[in-house]
Design a protein around this ligand. Structure first.
Ligand SMILES: NC(=O)C1=CN([C@@H]2O[C@H](COP(=O)(O)OP(=O)(O)OC[C@H]3O[C@@H](n4cnc5c(N)ncnc54)[C@H](OP(=O)(O)O)[C@@H]3O)[C@@H](O)[C@H]2O)C=CC1
Ligand SMILES: CC(=O)N[C@@H](CCC(=O)OP(=O)(O)O)C(=O)O
Length: 315
């Protein structure tokens, strides 16, 4: 019998994309809730406890409640929310992050899907910290721009629905101005940084896709690493990974710009090392709903169930 999978929050932005992919799979049995009962706790609990794997695509509080409804420790839970990304007893669902991470995910039944921005930031920074190129105490800054689907149904309505109460005509805006965004603790922990990074996100009038950038003054780092040293560290860290592409320096040098939608519809994470030997611009590009959410959740599901990692999205 195929493993049963229940997506709590199937009607949301992340949940819908996962459901669309899983419905096409013959090796999994997707169990769906009656839309009219999607917030009925008893019905959610019933479906969760008949499933082999549950994917939570909910706001944080609803995700915490969802976890409490699962009675068996053997049921695989993949939480797409922020609720458990730094929590004890949860495995961080970024398989490429470290050589042992895939095995840790496979051995775990409590898997926290990474945030979209943290996926880019951790991929850029963690390998440098682990290899001693960037001191853990370095004051890291993360600049980023996301499509508006990053804010879920409410933000999609804000940008697309002229009748929405919060409708906006903004084409671009910076936000999280008070430095209280939910992502820095997650990035700090999984990059093994000693301090919270600064995080300066923006949202633009495009639905999907994102760019995450970490500027680094190489002249100020111990040992003054060169751009090629950073590139070599990233290339080594992600060697052989199907979904992470460290873009060759010659290819980066041929670019005059980079737009955020280039990985849309894929589970790909692209890493670039732009800049000079004095000042590097580390850049990650991904689809916030691909490797940033739905694609990553399906990849984690596949790993947890011992299946091929293919997500139904282009690699
Ligand atoms: N969008 C993105 O790019 C990313 C999102 N995430 C995370 O994924 C999670 C889901 O985000 P997203 O899909 O964007 O959000 P959406 O707002 O698009 O969807 C959330 C869904 O959860 C449902 N829901 C809310 N409360 C409950 C409840 N108590 N019981 C059952 N269902 C409930 C909502 O119902 P209703 O339809 O009534 O609103 C909605 O369908 C969030 O935690 C987010 O942080 C992670 C990475 C990227
Ligand atoms: C544009 C926008 O608002 N993006 C969201 C990030 C996406 C999200 O929901 O956060 P996770 O990736 O951690 O789940 C935000 O900044 O809160």
């Amino acid at each position: 019998m195929s493993p049963k999978v229940f997506i709590d929050g199937e009607a949301g932005t992340t949940g819908l994309q996962i459901a669309d992919r899983l419905r096409q799979r013959a090796d999994l049995d997707l169990v769906s809730i009656d839309p009219a009962r999607r917030k009925d706790i008893d019905e959610r609990a019933r479906l969760m406890n008949m499933a082999d794997a549950v994917i939570l695509c909910l706001p944080d509080d609803a995700a915490r409640l969802g976890v409490s409804l699962v009675t068996s420790k053997n049921t695989v839970i993949i939480d797409a929310s922020t609720a458990h990304r730094t929590a004890a007893g949860w495995t961080y669902g970024f398989p490429e992050m470290d050589k042992g991470q895939r095995a840790a995910i496979q051995a775990s039944t409590r898997i926290s899907n990474p945030g979209c921005y943290p996926t880019g930031a951790i991929a850029l920074v963690r390998p440098l910290v682990m290899r001693g190129l960037l001191p853990a105490t370095h004051p890291v800054t993360i600049n980023a721009v996301s499509g508006y689907s990053g804010g879920g149904k409410a933000m999609i309505a804000e940008f697309e629905d002229a009748d929405a109460p919060n409708h906006t005509s903004d084409n671009f805006r910076i936000y999280a101005l008070s430095q209280k965004h939910k992502h820095p603790p997650e990035v700090m922990r999984h990059c093994r940084l000693a301090n919270l990074p600064m995080f300066t996100p923006a949202v633009g009038r495009f639905a999907q896709g994102m760019i995450v950038e970490v500027p680094l003054p190489l002249w100020a780092l111990p040992g003054k690493p060169k751009r090629a040293d950073l590139h070599a560290a990233l290339a080594e860290a992600f060697d052989g990974e199907r979904f992470v592409r460290v873009v060759p320096l010659a290819e980066s040098d041929a670019l005059t710009g980079l737009e955020p939608e280039g990985c849309n519809g894929t589970n790909r994470l692209e890493l670039y090392v732009f800049g000079s030997d004095e000042q590097a611009r580390l850049v990650a590009r991904l689809d916030n709903l691909g490797k940033g959410a739905s694609g990553a959740a399906i990849q984690n599901l596949n790993i947890a169930l011992g299946l091929d990692e293919w997500t139904g999205l282009e690699a």
